[in-house]
Design a protein around this ligand. Structure first.
Ligand code: XIL
Length: 389
């Protein structure tokens, strides 16, 4: 058990602004990580043998659809396989910040209460997704007034202080900044905040310092989508530069969240799956861990666009690619913390509507451990086998 996980054990019972009594009809607290239907041991139970947890992104909506915990089928699957959950969108500024001076915690509170009610760990995503397309409109066009530096700092620190005050007792690992690099331009992304404060580093650094001040014991994470495919080499180099810069400047970032939206956009004849740069990826992970950063897999799923439509064949290849990825990542056993999928069921996984992931034949992307009828797929066995090995 990692130190920061052990130190978290006492806090599930009580939580800042929320309580179990507020959760009408909350089920009894259940042990996590037991057997799942069909006699399989849960992915979380297997992951725990290695001192980490397995979990997934979840959502909240009133309609009870998709990845929402109000969807009884999805909630049951999460309970049977997972020991940790993360909000897909409910903690982002677009969800929490309807206006400059208002907060809307309604959906995020539902997720936090559900986690408490089911003794499920929760991780935070994300205090700042530093991209204009994921800012609320009002923030992109915000008038920072006569002293833009001070006003931008006030807005950012107020947001971080408010969100961490609400969930800080319940959450041990926080994505502080997400995707701060433009992988095409090979440069840090500018936003209204960075223009007001002078440069993107000022925003990133302040976010981490503000988070550390409020969360002295939490794991603070920089999260990004650099990956092991050769096309990501430049992005990996840029993330390394960012992490090096933060180290030099004494920015309190503890870990790199490796989103792990891995992709099969072409077929490598040598393996029959997508090309991946094993040596380059190891060098990257060595460099990251060599600087003292821990690693997490925060958003695992697989894009299958280059695979044939045939389901049995496709699922086998996706599982093969998954196994290769997890085997390599688990070589970093001593540095690797929790592992989360970005959804457990194909139908509700974001790749169905994320345009670059679309298959040329228009078929559903099969990038998660369970199919759209909630049946396990070979990918689930591949993850279990890798964790077990
Ligand atoms: C995605 C959600 O899954 C979508 O529903 C939303 O429309 C856009 O964001 N990297 C991240 C996640 O860090 O927050 C993204 O989630 C997926 C890519």
């Amino acid at each position: 058990m990692r130190d920061w996980q052990a130190s978290r054990r006492g806090v599930l019972a009580g939580m800042g602004g929320l309580s179990l009594t507020a959760c009408a009809g909350a089920p009894a607290v259940l042990p996590v990580g037991g057997p799942v239907a069909g006699g399989n041991t849960s992915l979380d139970a297997i992951a725990r043998r290695g001192g980490r947890r397995f979990g997934t992104a979840v959502a909240w909506n009133e309609a009870g659809t998709g990845m929402s915990l109000s969807n009884p089928d999805y909630a049951a699957l999460v309970r049977s396989e997972c020991g940790i959950i993360v909000p897909e969108n409910e903690m982002k500024w677009q969800a929490l910040r309807p206006s400059p001076d208002a907060y809307d915690f309604s959906a995020m509170d539902e997720i936090a209460r559900w986690a408490l009610a089911h003794a499920m760990e929760l991780r935070a995503h994300v205090l700042l997704w530093h991209r204009p397309e994921w800012f609320p409109d009002w923030l992109n066009s915000y008038d920072f007034g006569a002293n833009p530096v001070r006003e931008a700092e006030r807005l950012l620190v107020d947001h971080i202080a408010t969100v961490t005050a609400r969930y800080g007792d319940q959450i041990a690992s926080w994505d502080v900044v997400n995707e701060a690099i433009d992988h095409q331009r090979r440069a840090p992304i500018e936003t209204s905040l960075s223009r007001a404060m002078g440069n993107p580093e000022a925003v990133i650094d302040l976010a981490f310092h503000a988070a550390r001040e409020r969360l002295p014991d939490a794991q603070l994470v920089y999260n990004d989508y650099m990956s092991w495919e050769p096309a990501h080499a430049g992005h990996c180099a840029d993330v390394l530069r960012l992490l090096e810069g933060m180290k030099k400047r004494g920015v309190p970032c503890d870990a790199l969240g490796i989103q792990s939206h891995i992709e099969i956009f072409e077929i490598d004849p040598a393996t029959g799956v997508g090309p991946y740069d094993e040596a380059g990826w190891r060098r990257f992970l060595d460099d990251v861990t060599g600087m003292g950063y821990r690693l997490l897999i925060t958003e695992f799923d697989v894009k299958d666009a280059a695979l044939p439509g045939d389901i049995a064949l496709r699922d086998a290849k996706v599982a093969d690619y998954t196994r290769r990825y997890f085997d390599l990542m688990l070589e970093y056993d001593d540095h690797l913390d929790d592992i989360l999928a970005w959804g457990m069921v194909d139908a509700s996984n974001w790749l169905q509507y994320f345009e670059p992931a679309a298959r040329p034949d228009g078929l559903e992307v099969r990038g998660t451990p369970y199919d759209s009828k909630y049946r396990t797929k070979p990918m689930r066995d591949a993850i279990a086998a890798a964790l077990q090995a």
